[in-house]
Design a protein around this ligand. Structure first.
Ligand code: HEC
Length: 149
């Protein structure tokens, strides 16, 4: 094979390769794969940041229970939290509407059940001590979660 023919073949191969790469650019990601953001960085599913601690004395009642819930439980139980993700799957498997994966949407929770889960934990949920969640905070949050029953 002459040198010039080899060079021409190599050039031809390079042109085909560049054309193929150009055609691939902008293609949708493989089904199920993460979407790519700027620079090809994978975009992860939404996650939940921890809400701010509401002001007031943690040892006495009277603070806004929804704000306490969002601070203390929300990073797992608001949309995007791991508690919401796991409970949504459980609820769907139990034939319940997916939005009941959000604890605040539940109409079946009793205050006693919420307190028992919080103090003892449940499967993937770690128990919350009285340092994490004081008794006054838990009373308020458990009552708030049971309000729709
Ligand atoms: C570290 C994450 C995390 C935190 C913080 C957390 N939870 Fe959970 N929670 C979970 C997960 C995960 C589950 C689902 C457990 C399972 O079945 O695997 C769950 C389940 C529950 C359930 C049971 C629901 C059912 O259908 O049985 C209740 C009630 C609950 N959490 C209340 C709370 C409250 C109230 C707080 C705040 C004091 C809280 N959780 C804080 C992760 C968390």
């Amino acid at each position: 094979m002459s040198t010039s023919l080899t060079k021409r073949l190599a050039l031809g191969a390079a042109v085909v390769l560049i054309a193929t790469l150009a055609a691939c650019k902008g293609e949708a990601p493989a089904p199920g794969g993460p979407a790519k953001g700027p620079g090809g960085v994978p975009q992860f599913p939404p996650y939940q940041m921890r809400a701010e601690q509401p002001v007031g004395n943690r040892l006495v009642g009277g603070r806004d229970p929804q704000a306490v819930f969002e601070h203390q439980c929300g990073y797992c139980h608001l949309p995007g939290g791991m508690g919401t993700n796991l409970l949504t799957k459980q609820r769907i498997m139990a034939g319940q509407p997916p939005e009941t994966g959000i604890l605040a949407n539940r109409t079946d929770l009793t205050a006693d059940y919420v307190k028992a889960v919080v103090r003892n934990g449940k499967n993937a949920m770690p128990p919350q001590t009285r340092v994490d969640m004081t008794d006054a905070e838990l009373d308020a949050v458990a009552g708030w979660l049971a309000r729709k029953r």
